[in-house]
Design a protein around this ligand. Structure first.
Ligand SMILES: *Cc1c(COP(=O)(O)O)cnc(C)c1O
Length: 399
């Protein structure tokens, strides 16, 4: 038995089986490539699901983390620390929002956003039956609050009851959102580009319409940019494509490029009228190690002109995917922005089966909903990697 098979057998005895994992143990990465424990090389178009924006082995990122380990990794939120102060100032600048709370994951950022919205509404009228409008086919995470606003019934049903007073509207259907709004609505929450739901960017009218409704009724607009944010769409945050600003934004995934860290940010108005000392907290959130990672990531984004690369290579990827669609009738649609792209196949094609085949051919990709393949590579890939990916994908489609 190979070492890899042994490891997988061991894993299946010990780990809770909450994932049907692909039969590979990754060992290390270099640039945009991954290597398994047998030494086999893979081209990575998954990036740990939109996490490794900088790819693998960025020297300055690594040495910033090592330096921080030598200094201190954790204090407590009872005290200040310099990396967090710096990261907060940077995030304010790039989001255009005013106050930051650091978390350890995306789901926790969502939990914080929900609490902020509820407290904001509570301080206005003193009642406790406020509602949130979320979207069908959305994904916001697996904790109870995040799950409650996740628009996939099968994810929620075994864990009922959810947190109360959530209504689900249809994405990109403003009338459906209007129908769900009542005097009790405190927030509308959506992904600027739906990720898990199959890579669906919001329509301009939809986002702008929601912004108008929120302005008119003093409802908080929460944009979940955990997957599509941090440069992935070609702008630092996808909402910049729409000329709107949310009241609250949630971030994670690419934010730490592998160090578990998330954040939610809000306007000064929301901050002044919501969470106060004692209302929210976290042991690890915003610790100097995690926030040093954010600082190193943002530093590298500037130095490597990551956004410029996303736009150039993203346009090229779009062109190549459209050509692929012309050649293969099983491809129904290709869509997305920058370096978050989806390939929708015929209903009877399971995207995860194709991902398994791709893995055999040395290409790492994941699915998003049943028949959509999701491409969320490191943001530092080059055009030649797109060509290589297309070639491998064609081999899978031909077989
Ligand atoms: C991944 C994801 C989350 C959840 O993040 P975790 O870090 O897994 O908790 C929430 N929202 C969106 C849009 C995501 O893609």
């Amino acid at each position: 038995m190979s070492k890899m098979t042994e490891l997988i057998d061991q894993a299946e005895q010990d780990l809770l089986h909450t994932y049907n994992r692909f039969q590979v143990v990754f060992d290390h990465g270099e640039g945009v490539r991954l290597y398994d424990t047998e030494g086999k090389e893979y081209l990575d178009f998954c990036a740990g699901i939109a996490v490794h924006a900088l790819g693998y082995g960025n020297e300055e990122y690594k040495s910033a983390l090592k330096d921080q380990i030598d200094k201190i990794t954790h204090t407590s939120n009872y005290y200040y620390n310099e990396p967090a102060i710096k990261a907060a100032a940077s995030l304010k600048e790039i989001t255009g929002l005013d106050r930051v709370f650091f978390t350890n994951s995306g789901a926790e950022a969502i939990e914080g956003a929900i609490k902020t919205a509820r407290k904001y509404a509570y301080l206005k009228d003193g009642t406790t039956d406020h509602e949130i409008v979320a979207m069908e086919h959305s994904f916001h995470g697996r904790t109870m609050g995040a799950l409650s606003i996740t628009g996939t019934k099968s994810y929620r049903d075994p864990f009922l009851p959810m947190i109360g007073n959530i209504k689900y509207a249809d994405y990109n259907d403003l009338e459906s959102v209007k129908e769900k709004i009542s005097d009790k609505t405190c927030a509308i929450v959506l992904e600027t580009v739906q990720g898990e739901g199959g890579i669906h960017p919001a329509d301009k009218d939809f986002i702008k319409g929601i912004r108008e409704i929120c302005n008119e009724k003093d409802i908080l607009m929460i944009l979940d940019e955990i997957q599509c944010g941090m440069g992935r769409s070609g702008k630092m945050f996808a909402y910049e494509h729409y000329g709107v600003k949310p009241d609250i934004v949630t971030l994670a995934k690419g934010l730490g490029c592998g160090v578990p860290v998330g954040a939610f940010l809000m306007t000064e108005k929301v901050a002044d009228n919501s969470l106060k000392a004692g209302d929210h907290g976290t042991t690890y959130g915003g610790n100097p190690f995690a926030t040093a990672a954010i600082n190193a990531v943002l530093d590298q984004f500037k130095k490597l002109s990551v956004l410029k690369n996303v736009n150039e290579v993203g346009d090229y990827l779009e062109k190549k995917l459209l050509e692929l669609k012309e050649r293969y009738s099983c491809i129904k649609d290709v869509r997305g922005l920058g370096l978050i792209r989806g390939i929708e196949f015929d209903q009877d094609i399971k995207a995860s089966d194709l991902c398994g085949k791709a893995l055999e051919k040395g290409l790492v990709v994941v699915s998003a909903s049943g028949n959509v393949m999701r491409l969320v590579p490191p943001l530092v890939i080059k055009k030649e990697h797109v060509d290589e990916m297309v070639k491998k994908l064609e081999e899978c489609l031909n077989s």
